[in-house]
Design a protein around this ligand. Structure first.
Ligand code: FES
Ligand SMILES: [Fe+2]
Length: 472
């Protein structure tokens, strides 16, 4: 008896030339992933995010009038009282709902403009002037409030269950090298937080979007202000690695700079929404053993709007050529690359698209079910999987964080740029060599987790020097 011919898998007619007609129903009926993209109260991702300190506005936005903010789908108001304390309260007054963005800032707390109830930064009611003398109303009612503090020009709030409030994580890059100045900035993206976040894991786009794919076109991209520099135009050899017991993800991007030199760039993401980025200067491919130049959180305002808050790090080590401009960082502005905000014209965006155009044009919420996963997306999908596990409560405890907290030290971060002398091998695959070197650099950075913070950098440099000249 002859073996029956295996049946060919039918090709979706939408995957043929002129197939749009067959995809029209998919486009209409495929929904965004609710587990990763919905952030309102009670949603899985929203609850997970609420268990981490989140930036909510810049200190410079706290003036003599309150600042209306929207974070994780909640309408809030932030202010600094005349006593210098920061408050983050529910925006609508607990009495009859007037917005506290019209409130009057007091020596202690804020007073609602409508009937004059005065709220302290923890939501306690200090006065109810329209109530009869002796009223106990204020003793039994509270305005909703979230714990908040300021650090280096950013206001952070904790919106989770009070008894689960964690310590704020301070990383090496926020305090080292000594003398580092952190300059705060924000950027506003009218789309879901996840696609803004994923853009930073999607490192291949630094060769395409930021350099139009070829070294020849780098000059044009530099003129347009959307190039990260010629070094980024070469396609990297990338390896993504789950870090911090499944609470983070890092990638190494290895590029050959010359026949003699190799540049290894490492970037680390801490779940859910923090990323620390190595140098963004055009001369990054000439740096050696440097760390963080930008720390940023992708904070959902709601499902379809994202606030990026972060710091640019200024010190001579990360930016010896003084490419960075402190004065160009602030509310919805950043100094390192055009196309980070919606402040350019539509035509400018079309002629020289940047991150803003690439990300926001994916749609208000990217529909993962309509994507075509490719090899370059490994990191994006790894990040989604890690987030899904963390949201479901399946992530292990972060032992690095625990150890650093026990020692009372800043947390380590793998983010770095290292240029090493690694000559091409006479025979053999150069991409394999690049991957090998990158793996060695990652192993060194990982080893540094065990080294006290004050010695970490010197230890990393020493170990990197050992592989300078060639890996064995
Ligand atoms: S609505 Fe705020 S005090 Fe009445
Ligand atoms: Fe980018």
């Amino acid at each position: 008896m002859s073996t029956p011919e295996p049946k060919a898998t039918p090709i979706h007619p939408g995957r043929r030339p002129y197939g749009a007609y067959y995809r029209r129903m998919d486009r209409l009926t495929t929904e965004p992933d609710p587990e990763l993209t919905r952030v309102g109260p009670g949603t899985p991702m929203g609850e997970y995010m609420r268990r981490h300190w989140q930036p909510v506005c810049l200190s410079q936005e706290l003036t003599e009038v309150p600042k209306a903010i929207r974070i994780l789908g909640e309408n809030l108001v932030a202010f600094r009282d005349r006593g210098g304390r920061v408050g983050v309260l529910e925006r609508h007054c607990v009495h009859r709902g007037t917005s506290l963005e019209f409130g009057i800032i007091q020596q202690r707390g804020i007073r609602c403009c409508y009937h004059g109830w005065q709220f302290d930064v923890d939501g306690s009611i200090l006065e109810t002037p329209c109530e009869p003398p002796g009223s106990r109303m204020k003793d039994n009612v509270f305005q909703g409030a979230y714990p908040a503090f300021e650090r280096d020009g950013i206001v952070f709030a904790y919106m989770g269950p009070p008894d689960e409030k964690p310590d704020f994580d301070v990383y090496d890059g926020m305090v080292l090298p000594e003398g580092t100045k952190l300059v705060p900035f924000s950027n506003i993206y009218p789309c879901n937080w996840l696609q803004v976040h994923e853009n930073l894991i999607d490192h291949f786009h630094s060769a395409a979007l930021h350099n139009n794919m070829t070294v020849d076109s780098v000059d044009a991209a530099i003129r347009a202000g959307t190039s990260l520099g010629a070094g980024f135009a070469r396609l990297p050899v990338i390896q993504w690695i789950a870090t911090r017991d499944g609470n983070g993800i890092a990638f190494t991007a290895a590029r050959r700079v010359s026949d003699e030199k190799v540049w290894i760039r490492m970037t680390e993401i801490q779940l859910p929404n923090l990323i620390q980025i190595a140098s963004v200067a055009p001369s990054a491919a000439e740096l050696r053993h440097t760390t963080v130049s930008m720390t940023r959180w992708q904070v959902p305002a709601d499902d379809e709007n994202t606030m990026v808050f972060g710091w640019r790090h200024f010190n001579d080590e990360i930016d010896p050529a003084h490419f960075g401009r402190e004065e160009a960082c602030g509310i919805d502005k950043i100094d390192f690359l055009d196309g980070q905000t919606g402040n350019r014209s539509y035509l400018e965006g079309q002629r020289a698209p940047g991150d803003f155009e690439a990300i926001t044009s994916q749609g208000a919420i990217t529909v993962h079910g309509l994507e075509t996963p490719a090899r370059s997306d490994v990191g994006v999908y790894m990040c989604r999987n890690l987030l899904r596990q963390a949201v479901r409560g399946n992530a292990a405890h972060d032992s690095t964080r625990d150890a650093a907290r026990r020692r009372g030290e800043p947390l380590p971060v793998y983010t770095s740029d290292s240029v090493l002398n690694i000559p091409r091998r006479v025979d053999g695959d150069d991409d394999e060599l690049l991957a090998e070197v990158a793996a060695k650099v990652f192993a060194i950075m990982k080893e540094c987790d065990q080294v006290p913070s004050a010695e970490r950098k010197a230890h990393a440099k020493r170990k990197l020097d050992e592989i300078d000249g060639g890996v064995r």
